[in-house]
Design a protein around this ligand. Sequence first.
Ligand code: CMP
Length: 141
Amino acid sequence: AVERTLSIVKPDAVAGNNIGEIYRRFETAGLRIIAARMVHLTQSQAESFYAVHRERPFFSALVNFMISGPVMVQVLEGDDAIRKNREVMGATNPAEAAAGTIRHDLAETVDANAAHGSDSPETAREEIAFFFGEDDLHSRN
Ligand code: CMP
């Protein structure tokens, strides 16, 4: 089924000049970018976006990293987009990510892991709404 998912190119990948490389991988996988924006998150925005992780030991490191520089936020649309995006990104920890994935090829650590992607349809809906209104989404199906 055609799905939408929220993707973030994280501060490490923006600083590393890898926005285009990551977008190319999305498009090669059949994912269409239907909305995109560069944003430098505030601490409260990052805390709110990652609220599900609030009790995890890595929460403050995660938030501090995510506000360390601008990110690119985009909505990807396509068949099976949520799973496909996670496949293209690879495992959360770059050390465990398969060769040829974004995190294996472009990332160094579990915090600075180049990209974020929604993990379920419910999360995708919430995360897309966090950054974009319905008028911002330029669906091309
Ligand atoms: P992301 O998909 O953005 O969702 C939460 C982020 O927390 C994750 O990617 C990692 O960058 C970061 N993180 C740091 N440590 C861990 C951990 N032990 N398990 C999961 N995520 C972690």
